[in-house]
Structure formats: C-alpha cells, structure tokens
Design a protein around this ligand. Structure first.
Ligand code: HEC
Length: 153
C-alpha cells in the first residue's frame, strides 16, 4: 500500500511537470521550435565535424549527435500552430499552405533518425564508418525541408 501511494504521488508530480512544460510550449511555440532547430544545428556541427575529421570520432559523441537529432525530429512538428508564421521566425508560409508536404518532410526526418538510432544501439556506432552510414541520411534531410519550408534570408 505504502509503495503504491508513493508511486501515485510520483505520477501526479510527473504529470504536473509535463503539463507545465506543455503550457510553456504553447505560450511561445516559435521560441521552442527555434531552440529545437538550434540543437539540430549543434548536433549537425558535432556529427559533421566527426564525418569530416575535424573532430575525433568517439561512439559516445556519435550517440549524442544521433540522440539529439532523434529527439528533435519527434518534437519539432508540434510547434507550428496556425498563425505563427509572422514576425521573427524563419518558418515559411508554405508550412501552413502545404501542410501535407511539410508533414512529409517531417516524416523523412524522423524516418532517418529512427534508422540512425537503431544503428546507434546502446553504446553509439562502433566506428566512424558506421557512424557515417547512420548519420549521413539524417544530414540529407535538412536541405529539402529548408528549401521549401524555411524563409530565404
Ligand atoms: C521538416 C523540416 C526541417 C528539417 C528536416 C530540418 N529543418 Fe532546420 N528549420 C526548419 C524550419 C521551418 C526552420 C525555421 C524555424 C523558425 O524560425 O520558426 C529551421 C531552422 C533551422 C535553423 C535555425 C534555428 C534558429 O536558431 O533559428 C538551423 C540551424 C537549422 N534549421 C538546421 C537544420 C539542420 C542542420 C537540419 C538537418 C539535420 C535541419 N535543420 C532539418 C525546418 C527543418
């Protein structure tokens, strides 16, 4: 009984934290999606650096780059409510005008990160070649989405 009650309290707490997080996200979805894409940019810098050889490869760093991409691909699409295409955002109006096309780009992104996460396993890709095989396709998804769904500077 005691244990159950403790678990119950924990569940409520976790629920509250989750709700608070959601409320914050709903208040400023533009800031959240930009922050998620900055993390994608950072992971691309790390992963790309290792692929090009400027950064020494390690399975742990490979795993970190992949995990960041995976998390971003799963969350990013939730922060594009109608009416958030104006102002200080790089999101193009095509996101809302062509919602199916945007969803398809998101699906490509998450399919690539799913494969990469599967290849990454518990300890990260064992060597640089297996990292390249896993991470390359993720890097291949940036351009086509940006071309159509991100504002040109
Ligand atoms: C499904 C579409 C999509 C994919 C895939 C995607 N991006 Fe983006 N990206 C966007 C959109 C839309 C924005 C603009 C968001 C905003 O400003 O509201 C953006 C913005 C960015 C930014 C600027 C973030 C900021 O601080 O404002 C960076 C950096 C970035 N993307 C890097 C990448 C990289 C690297 C990849 C590939 C690994 C990638 N993106 C894949 C849609 C995408």
């Amino acid at each position: 009984m005691r244990i159950n009650r403790k678990l119950g309290a924990f569940g409520v707490l976790a629920g509250l934290c989750f709700t608070a997080g959601m409320a914050q996200a709903a208040d400023d979805p533009v800031a959240v999606r930009k922050a998620i894409m900055s993390s994608v940019g950072a992971a691309a810098g790390l992963g790309g650096g290792m692929m090009k050889g400027g950064v020494d490869y390690s399975p742990a760093a490979g795993k970190a780059a992949i995990a960041t991409m995976r998390a971003a691909s799963l969350s990013f699409g939730a922060f594009f409510p109608e009416g958030t295409g104006e102002g200080d955002t790089g999101a193009a109006a095509t996101i809302w005008d062509d919602a199916d096309g945007f969803a398809a780009e998101l699906a490509k992104f998450s399919a690539a990160t799913e494969q990469a996460a599967a290849a990454s396993g518990k300890d990260g890709p064992a060597d640089l070649d297996s990292f390249k095989a896993a991470f390359g396709p993720v890097m291949g998804t940036c351009k086509s989405c940006h071309e159509t769904y991100r504002k040109k500077n």
